[in-house]
Design a protein around this ligand. Structure first.
Ligand SMILES: Cc1ncc(COP(=O)(O)O)c(C=O)c1O
Length: 362
């Protein structure tokens, strides 16, 4: 028999939060008010407060007379939103659709690409936003042509998808391939990971959250059938568009990202140093390709939360990744590195993890 709503609420709190305050307040959160080393947000190139970007946004706020509080479908063809989509399209060599977030990009793209019964191939670490879109329509089946969905760099463990092998499968079985580049766009070369591999033409659709290297509350879908996607994506049609201030911020970020080779190079160097240093004192997920996401594996959610609190007490703000972001038995502390991490920051993190491992085994 199906549980009532009230029973579901009670069962949830029983399993996740004994004090009834919610899992985050009960055991997952850490007091980071004294932290001086921040590895818990995705501003990889530390561009969020770039003067050029902020001044353009302030100027826009002073001069904008009327913003568009309606669906993107009603925007004008020559407005700032459409102009930026064209600029991004020229830059990335694909038609571009700007969305209100990366989550919306993924859910909306899946709405457009799937019909009831479409076969879909993906894996457990692909972002939840895709599954949200799939729940409504598709069939998770294991044969035949269909839709393949992967991420270049998996946000929940910092490892890479075998992109070239997946492209070969897509070609063999005549599938549509969607690749989420949230954690690589603007970070691997000026364009992204697929571009550095020289395979972006073999991918049908690329999506990304722009709340990572572009540090803007927005998302993007790139492909060759933008109009089809726009006209079949519910979040595009039924939710209000980005504001002009978001658009100006993104437009300025694109200028800055193009010009950030030194930051990209530094990001890769510091993340390598952190991963190697941590691997000497803890169980770290390794990857043959340099990855800015460094995860320490811990074998229970309670221990992961304890390690995270210990790090916070040592001045390090990291993030716990537990269910539903990770399988229940594979929680991690995730560190999202950034280009301004100093040698002393890296030593602080390693010392903090090491002092915890010494006290109690991970
Ligand atoms: C791989 C990936 N895709 C999509 C998203 C969703 O992006 P947004 O925060 O812009 O909604 C995220 C954010 O966590 C992500 O890591």
């Amino acid at each position: 028999m199906q549980a009532t709503h009230q029973e579901r609420v009670i069962n949830y709190f029983k399993s996740r939060s004994e004090n009834g305050q919610g899992a985050i307040s009960d055991y997952l959160s850490a007091d980071t008010s004294q932290a001086s080393v921040f590895v818990h947000n995705s501003d990889y190139l530390r561009l969020a407060n770039k003067q050029y970007v902020v001044s353009r946004q302030v100027e826009q706020l002073k001069t904008c007379s009327q913003d568009a509080f309606f669906s993107s479908t009603l925007l004008e063809d020559d407005g700032l939103h459409a102009q930026l989509e064209r600029r991004l399209g020229q830059y990335y060599g694909k038609e571009c659709i700007l969305t209100q977030s990366g989550y919306v990009a993924n859910t909306g793209l899946v709405h457009a690409l799937c019909e009831p019964g479409t076969h879909v191939y993906t894996d457990n670490f692909t972002h939840a936003s895709f599954f949200d879109g799939l729940r409504a329509k598709a069939n998770m089946k294991k044969h035949g042509s269909g839709l393949i969905i992967i991420e270049t760099l998996y946000s929940s463990n910092g490892t890479f998808a075998p992109v070239k092998e997946v492209i070969a499968l897509k070609q063999k079985y005549d599938c549509v391939l969607v690749v989420d580049e949230s954690h690589t766009l603007g970070i691997y070369g000026t364009h992204g990971y697929l571009h550095t591999l020289g395979v972006e033409k073999d991918v049908d659709y690329i999506t990304a959250s722009l709340a990572k290297a572009f540090c803007t509350r927005a998302g993007i879908i790139m492909g060759n059938s933008a109009l089809f996607v726009k006209e079949n994506s519910f979040p595009y049609i039924f939710s209000s568009a980005l504001t002009e201030n978001d658009i100006v911020r993104l437009d300025s970020m694109l200028d800055v990202i193009k010009d950030s080779d030194d930051r990209r190079e530094r990001l890769m160097r510091v993340s390598h140093e952190l991963r190697e240093g941590l691997a000497r004192v803890a169980r770290v997920i390794r990857t043959p390709i340099p990855s800015p996401i460094v995860c320490v594996e811990v074998d229970s959610e309670l221990k992961v939360a304890k390690l995270n609190r210990h790090l916070a007490s040592r001045g390090v703000a990291a993030a716990v990744f537990v269910w539903p972001t990770r399988p229940k038995h594979l929680p991690v502390v995730r560190m999202t590195t950034h280009s301004e991490l100093s040698a002393s920051d890296i030593s602080t993190i390693i010392a903090a993890v090491s002092s915890y491992s010494n006290v109690s085994k991970l």
